[in-house]
Design a protein around this ligand. Structure first.
Ligand SMILES: [Zn+2]
Ligand SMILES: [Zn+2]
Length: 735
């Protein structure tokens, strides 16, 4: 190329060259532990191996990557890596559709997705990425299962569980959609009773609630993330009161209507409450309870009008001494968790409907009688969740059933219990249970014949630990888990400084907060005193189009590959950041892409034009009278750096991008003002322009890293390190 002919902006060539340079200099390798340096772990979400990176992923990782690059640019050591969430129903159903073993399906999907993410130039440390379905990784789930089981936090129970007849599987409550339908197949879900493994999140719900105030006070948890935790917990404030039962026994009943205890009309127990059996002792009632549990009922029958309501035929003394009928109904669970509630029809719509169904009249408060007073109390809707599934694509539960010893856990030194990979699921039942060579085994206790647990762990259980292994150097990955958990690396990187994830991640985060507290108390994560895995948390909303969720069915899906092919990765990344605040839904429009593409083109052309001018003007130094304008330019740059720095610290990428765009306008404005006074740009003014354009390139680095680095180099700076450095304020005013 001849001197003076500006290079065209060619994103594909340019981006390939930058990515090769990053690979070459291992730019995103996690730095070695150095306590003396600022260091942080930025946790991106763990994608399901769904097969394709969609525009929502691009948004999520563009935010996280911009933050990672920004912190590196300010000389911090950054760990930025993730593992694929590869087990579970989505992968299994994908494999069924593709007619191949799930292990091959996820491998193929992960490879393809990695290729897409590489093309977008995200700065992950790929050496630390992993698939949760690799045996060396899923032993984490098995180890966690054993550890939580020993601590009484994983237990075998029977109870009502959500069951999808179509998928022949139980569902976590978070897998049941609002309308009572299955999250995968959208068929109605029934509640049935099955022996299951549970995770006792109720043990930590109060602490999770209490520590939320600290999260909020830190300013590093955004409102969407905080609200998600409130939603998951479902805290209800009220009072509780002890009521006298038959034979001197007492039960404690809860109501949110503490000032209306005298108007209580009935007591209703959750079918999951331990006292329910005793109250349903009458054979006829016991049979009804049994039927309610095992026969199941429609998830849709959840409103007060249709939900099962069982009259035990018995009463106990109410707060004013009036006998109150005792009922059993799952209506309690949905409102206050597995507890006992006091029905106050006069104050409560649901209770009013239940009372009407039973033909109970309201009882007027007795005049003159002293109003009973309860103790302040709190109930949470969040309850223990089922971690076992009757499906084959998941972590085998390290338990065997022996005729002599009963339920026996597999010793840690025999982990992992390997999942056979030659299973081709059909979409119904559990093929693992039909595989004799897996099922029949030896009892670790007595050596006699035993049968393996054929339920596998729900992939939500894998999510309990998925945030930890990125902290483990690849060479330590095969160590025994006790040794891994004792590594300095974990103490160095945890807690994660920031989780960047979709706004639908509330349940995952809640469970991760729970397990961190459990492992703090058990010992392995004792160094996390507050039991919080994430010091900061940014939840972003989804990408919609025409105001609707994207779906193939609606034909409104934005394909990131197509966009990258057309405009390059930098434009796509910049556009998703520019278009909306992370916390707002991004309603897709092509105009943002076009705007950003035009912007990058202009910055490219403008910078190269000034460079050509500077080269052409070598030797000739005309005097000028525009020092005050140069000073103005410095002030504009300073203001832009200050504002953008503050925005980046707050992860307000949307605003940061706009600052950078405005700075470009001001740089052009500077030139215009100079040329209004003088016939041509002096050497001093050209130098000032190049200094300002360098700052522009630096600030563009986190958003559009390929073009930014290319411009940075063109402007005469050195390549190296993880990221072009972040600008300070007040570059030297050229004389
Ligand atoms: Zn289903
Ligand atoms: Zn045995």
């Amino acid at each position: 190329m001849s001197e003076g002919t500006p290079k065209r902006y060619e994103p594909h060539t340019l981006e390939a060259a930058r990515q090769a340079a990053w690979r070459e200099r291992e730019a995103f390798r996690t730095p070695p532990l150095d306590e003396g340096r600022a260091h942080l772990y930025i946790k991106p979400s763990a994608p399901f191996t769904s097969g394709n990176v969609h525009i929502g992923h691009v948004r999520s990782y563009s935010v996280g990557d911009a933050y990672a690059r920004y912190r590196r640019a300010r000389d911090a050591d950054v760990l930025f890596a993730f593992g694929f969430d590869a087990f579970g129903l989505p992968a299994e159903l994908g494999a069924i559709a593709g007619g191949e073993p799930p292990s091959e399906w996820v491998e193929r999907c992960a490879t393809h997705m990695k290729g897409q993410l590489l093309r977008l130039g995200f700065s992950f440390d790929w050496d630390r990425s992993f698939l949760s379905s690799d045996a060396v990784m899923y032993r984490w789930s098995q180890w966690m299962f054993l550890t939580l089981h020993e601590a009484g936090l994983v237990y075998r129970g029977t109870g009502t569980v959500d069951w999808c007849e179509n998928c022949q599987t139980t569902l976590a409550s978070i897998q049941v959609e609002a309308g009572g339908t299955c999250w995968r197949c959208h068929n109605p879900v029934r509640l049935i009773e099955l022996p299951q493994w549970y995770f006792r999140v109720s043990a930590y719900v109060e602490e999770n609630d209490r520590r939320l105030a600290e999260r909020e006070a830190s300013g590093k948890w955004d409102k969407v993330a905080l609200d998600s935790q409130q939603d998951v917990m479902g805290r209800v404030d009220g009072v509780e009161i002890d009521l006298e039962g038959p034979g001197g026994s007492t039960i404690t009943a809860f109501t949110p209507h503490g000032d209306a205890l005298a108007r209580a009309r009935f007591v209703v127990l959750s079918p999951r409450h331990p006292d329910a059996e005793a109250w349903a002792a009458e054979p006829a009632v016991a049979e009804q309870l049994e039927q309610l549990r095992s026969g199941g009922w429609e998830r849709s029958a959840r409103d007060a009008q249709t939900i099962p309501l069982l009259d035990t035929g018995r009463t106990l003394q109410g707060p004013t001494g009036t006998p109150l009928p005792v009922l059993i109904s799952p209506v309690v669970d949905a409102r206050f968790g597995p507890t006992i509630a006091l029905g106050v029809p006069a104050e409560d719509k649901t209770d009013e409907v239940l009372a009407a169904r039973l033909g109970l009249a309201d009882n007027e408060p007795e005049h003159g009688a002293q109003a009973p007073v309860g103790r302040p109390a709190v109930r949470y809707k969040a309850s223990d969740w089922v971690i076992s599934r009757q499906r084959s694509w998941g972590t085998p539960i390290p338990v065997v059933y022996c005729e002599r010893c009963g339920t026996v856990t597999v010793p840690r030194d025999q982990l992992p219990v390997l999942l056979p990979l030659d299973i081709t699921p059909t979409g119904t039942g559990n093929p693992l249970a039909e595989l004799e060579e897996f099922v029949n085994t030896e009892c670790p206790g007595c050596g006699g014949p035993a049968r393996r647990e054929t339920d596998t762990l729900d992939c939500h259980f894998d999510a309990l630990w998925l945030w930890v292994p990125a902290c483990v150097p690849p060479e330590s990955r095969e160590l025994p888990l006790e040794d891994i958990l004792a590594l300095d690396d974990l103490r160095h990187w945890l807690p994660s400084e920031r989780l960047v994830a979709g706004s639908d991640s509330g349940n995952f985060v809640f469970d991760q907060r729970t397990v961190t507290k459990a492992l703090r108390d058990i010992g392995q994560l004792a160094f996390l005193g507050d039991g919080e895995p994430f010091a900061g948390c940014l939840f972003h909303e989804m990408v919609t189009r025409d105001g609707r969720k994207m779906s193939k069915h609606l034909g409104n899906v934005v394909d990131p590959d197509e966009l990258v092919e057309r405009y390059g990765a930098d434009t796509v990344r910049l556009a998703v950041l520019y278009a909306a605040r992370p916390q707002r839904a991004l309603n897709w429009s092509d105009s943002a892409v076009l705007h950003c593409h035009r912007f990058l083109n202009q910055v490219w052309d403008y910078t190269h034009a000034k460079l050509a001018l500077a080269r052409a003007s070598d030797g000739e130094v005309p005097a000028d009278t525009s020092e005050h304008l140069r000073l103005k330019l410095v002030q504009w740059c300073d203001a832009a750096v200050e504002r953008t720095t503050a925005d980046m610290d707050a992860l307000e990428m949307h605003s940061a991008v706009r600052n950078v765009m405005r700075l470009f306008d001001r740089i052009k404005d500077f030139e215009k003002r100079v040329l209004a006074r003088e016939p041509q740009l002096s050497a001093g003014n050209l130098e000032a322009l190049q200094a300002a354009l360098s700052i522009l390139a630096q600030m563009l680095g986190p958003f559009a890293p390929h073009i930014a680095e290319e411009l940075w180099l063109a402007l005469g700076h050195e390549e190296g390190g993880a990221q072009t450095p972040w600008p300070g304020v007040s570059f030297k005013v050229p004389a």
